[in-house]
Design a protein around this ligand. Structure first.
Ligand SMILES: Cc1cc2nc3c(=O)[nH]c(=O)nc-3n(C[C@H](O)[C@H](O)[C@H](O)COP(=O)(O)OP(=O)(O)OC[C@H]3O[C@@H](n4cnc5c(N)ncnc54)[C@H](O)[C@@H]3O)c2cc1C
Length: 445
């Protein structure tokens, strides 16, 4: 084996935070960088797949936080690169809730329950603020939802992070509107456009040898003045610095070993971070049997088990004529479904749809069940920091250790969990690294 390649910076992970970090480095003169990703494509949790004749977004699918006092940088990129999007109109969700016999809850009852749940969420949040935070409200014993309708509304408000109940910086600062990505080129088109600025590309493909795909990083050795990164297939890369952008779930797993071990405060912070599992299941039908038109994009199934095939979206706005429905599961339900055969999931989903639309609807002809929890390069969907953020925790997760810098959505103190959070985190971490390089008088080009 020859001597390992040496560069100024290795970026581990080519999701949006890794790509934005590398772009800022390249723009500031750090051209000898290497980007390593375990999978065979860039994008990480921004991932499209062909399904039922269209391109569906298995991961991030919405640009969340638009129209507020601050501009959402992802919205700016989407506008600049002409990404097709559709306004996601959630205003009617509360009026499209079915019980198990297919009856839609009357408007007044649904509206009243919804209003009470929002008030209760706001009360819980204020109580937490008064006692200094610490949990995300889900443990509160007061006003616990118990009927199927209340459970369904609780799921919509919290697992979907509805702006009126969840006081996140994303909604407060960037705005309460959301847009679905509805572009055949996929959400990851934005990443290719970003990459074009600093990597060699041709006909929509990145051909630059500094991007290395299928490189599963297994060990990062670090000492005072450098790092060595070893991959599963035995490749060795050396550099002055490394930026690690793998997800918090991957950091919590044992896939990447740090030698010497990361300090205790760092390991503790990483282990403390909660992970949300969020799964969008897609079902393709021979024809459409659900109502369409304004206010009908989303519909809800109220079951006595919280989160049991609760939240449905029909893809007619995004891909007219595609006859595709999507249903979202989270956490325990996501893990349960990931562990079972897709045909069992299909059977369960069809039973739910027959409850809502009657026995004569056609069977789905295809199903797609993403497995974010069992994907060893993800181990979950996104970090779930408490709403009243524990700033010390995020600070510790992000803090560099010697030549190792950390980035990714989980390192964003204001916008963790989101694409814009990951994008901005990449920029922040590389600026921090550039500052460090300047202090150590490392020539930038
Ligand atoms: C189902 C789902 C729905 C979502 N919906 C939305 C949404 O609608 N709107 C929104 O704003 N956000 C959404 N998100 C969150 C958003 O996708 C993420 O916050 C964001 O994409 C994270 O980017 P990142 O760069 O931090 O991490 P990632 O995209 O995870 O990038 C990390 C990269 O590291 C690579 N990697 C992992 N381990 C290794 C290793 N050992 N060696 C080398 N490479 C490795 C991975 O392959 C990956 O490419 C969703 C996420 C999921 C999963």
């Amino acid at each position: 084996m020859g001597s390992p390649s040496h560069s100024s910076v290795i970026v581990v992970g080519a999701g949006i935070s890794g790509i934005s970090a590398a772009k800022v480095l390249a723009e500031n003169g750090v051209k000898d960088l290497v980007i390593l990703d375990a999978s065979d494509r860039i994008g990480g949790r921004i991932r499209k797949e062909k399904f039922g004749g269209v391109s569906v977004e298995l991961g991030a699918g919405w640009i969340v936080g638009v129209g507020g006092k601050e501009s959402n940088p992802i919205w700016e990129l989407a506008t600049e690169f002409g990404l097709r999007t559709c306004f996601a109109d959630y205003t009617n969700v509360r009026y499209n809730i079915s019980d198990r016999s297919g009856k839609i809850f009357p408007r007044e009852i649904a509206a009243d329950s919804y209003k009470k749940a929002v008030e209760s969420a706001i009360r819980k949040f204020r109580n937490q603020e008064d006692v200094g935070g610490g949990d995300n409200g889900s443990n509160s014993k007061t006003d616990s939802p118990s009927t199927p309708l209340e459970l369904a509304i609780d799921f919509i408000l919290h697992d979907f992070e509805m702006a009126e109940a969840v006081p996140l910086c994303t909604f407060r600062d960037l705005g309460e509107s959301e847009f679905s990505v509805a572009d055949e080129r996929g959400f990851d088109y934005l990443l290719y456009k970003m990459a074009e600025d600093f990597l060699f590309t041709s006909e929509g493909k990145i051909l630059d040898s500094r991007l290395k795909l299928n490189q599963v990083v297994r060990e990062i050795l670090h000492w005072e003045r450098g790092v060595r990164v070893i991959t599963e297939d035995g490749c060795v890369y050396e550099a002055d610095y490394v930026i690690v952008s793998v997800s918090i779930g991957v950091l919590q797993s044992d896939i990447v070993a740090f030698t010497p071990l990361l300090p205790g405060w760092k390991l503790e912070a990483i282990q403390k971070c909660e992970i949300m599992v969020y799964t969008k299941i897609f079902l393709k039908f021979p024809y459409q049997f659900w109502p369409t038109g304004p206010g009908k994009e989303f519909f809800v199934y109220a079951h006595e088990r919280r989160g049991y095939y609760t939240f449905w979206q029909q893809m007619e706005n995004i891909y007219p004529g595609s006859n595709i429905l999507s249903v979202t599961l989270t956490n325990g339900e996501s893990k349960r479904v990931e562990a079972q055969a897709d045909e069992d999931t299909l059977r369960e989903a069809m039973e739910v749809l027959r409850d809502m639309f009657g026995p004569n609807i056609p069977d789905a002809i295809h199903i797609l069940v993403p497995r974010w929890w069992n994907n060893r390069f993800q181990r979950g969907s996104y970090s779930n920091h408490p709403i009243i953020s524990n700033t010390q925790l995020v600070h510790d997760i992000k803090a560099p250790v010697g030549g190792i810098f950390f980035t990714g959505e989980h390192t964003s103190d204001r916008f963790s969990g989101y694409v814009h959070g990951a994008y901005l985190a990449g920029i922040d971490s590389s600026k921090e690294l550039l500052e460090e390089m300047r202090k150590r008088q490392i020539p930038l080009f």
